[in-house]
Design a protein around this ligand. Structure first.
Ligand code: ADP
Ligand code: MG
Length: 287
């Protein structure tokens, strides 16, 4: 019959019913889809559809995204279920995070209480520690790529978008290619002077800053101006917006936003920082 003449992945595509656009990116889009492997069995997934034309000779990058994720198992890292392709598209299926992006929660709340910020950052640090122990650099940590598993205000989060993640051959390997997003990428990533796992720690510092006050620490849009702002070597906490934030939280951010990656704290060190270990006890949240 004619079904047999179709490639196997074509049949696979038919098991998915596309339901709603979740996000759009540089190489395609992500949609909510329901998967019906056989009658009576149904599962909601996130389906990432990547146009082969747009990734061109970079098909390897798509395989990298799958291969990096396949070996991972951590509560704060999105699960990848399956992958297949058609003539002009790649399809990746992921655990569906229905709670939306951290980005949207920042927009809704304006800023986080210190307690909520701490819970969020702790989970990101935990995922980063796990990734880095497996010699994987995410390279694009930012609020758009951090997703809530459920709609609950206290929902667990997962890190998604391993589109430009890299597995390092050895822990000292230095990546040189441009990566990441303006405002979140570390200075060594922007200058192309060589980066490793510590670039994720910078991004975590930017995220921590952003959720605690509701605006980004580095807002220049011109690359050179942005670099100048980032490498001034001191983080500015504007009194008006930061006066109620504890010095321990500010110290945590300062330890991550250190220009020299060698002197910047690692994810493991971040998890041992007093803000993480004692911060939760500081219930005197005045925000
Ligand atoms: P891109 O590389 O295009 O940025 P992402 O993997 O970041 O692709 O996905 C784009 C957007 O789609 C995300 O910012 C998020 O809003 C949504 N999305 C991605 N993966 C999931 C998922 N597993 N569950 C729910 N939404 C997702
Ligand atoms: Mg993304």
């Amino acid at each position: 019959d004619h079904m047999l003449s179709q490639p196997p992945s074509f049949k696979k595509k038919k098991e998915y019913q596309l339901e709603e656009l979740l996000g759009r990116g540089g190489f395609g889009k992500v949609v909510r889809a329901s998967w019906t492997p056989r009658e009576g069995e149904k599962k909601e997934v996130a389906l990432k559809i990547i146009s082969k034309k747009l990734v061109k000779d970079n098909e390897q990058a798509v395989m990298d995204e799958i291969n990096v994720l396949k070996g991972l198992d951590h509560p704060n890292i999105v699960h990848v279920w399956d992958h297949f392709e058609s003539r002009d598209k790649f399809y990746l299926t992921f655990e569906l995070a229905v709670g939306g992006e951290l980005f949207d929660r920042i927009s809704e709340r304006g800023k986080f209480t210190e307690k909520d910020a701490l819970e969020c950052i702790r989970q990101i640090c935990s995922a980063a520690q796990y990734l880095h122990s497996h010699q994987i650099v995410h390279r694009d940590l930012k609020p758009e790529n951090i997703l809530y598993k459920t709609k609950d205000p206290n929902s667990q989060i997962v890190i998604a978008d391993f589109g430009i993640a890299k597995h390092l051959e050895d822990p000292e390997e230095m990546l040189q290619d441009a990566a990441g997003s303006f405002g979140y990428a570390a200075p060594e990533v922007l200058t192309g002077s060589g980066h490793g796992t510590k670039c994720d720690c910078w991004s975590i510092g930017v995220i921590a800053y952003t959720i605690l006050c509701g605006y980004s620490p580095f807002r220049e849009t011109d690359k050179n101006a942005l670099l100048r702002e980032m490498t001034k070597g001191r983080v500015v906490f504007h009194e008006r917006y930061w006066k109620k934030v504890t010095p321990t939280a500010k110290d945590f951010i300062k330890a991550l936003l250190v220009v020299d990656p060698k002197k910047r704290i690692s994810a493991t060190e971040a998890l041992k920082h007093p803000w993480m270990t004692e911060g939760a006890a500081a219930e005197n949240d005045l925000t």
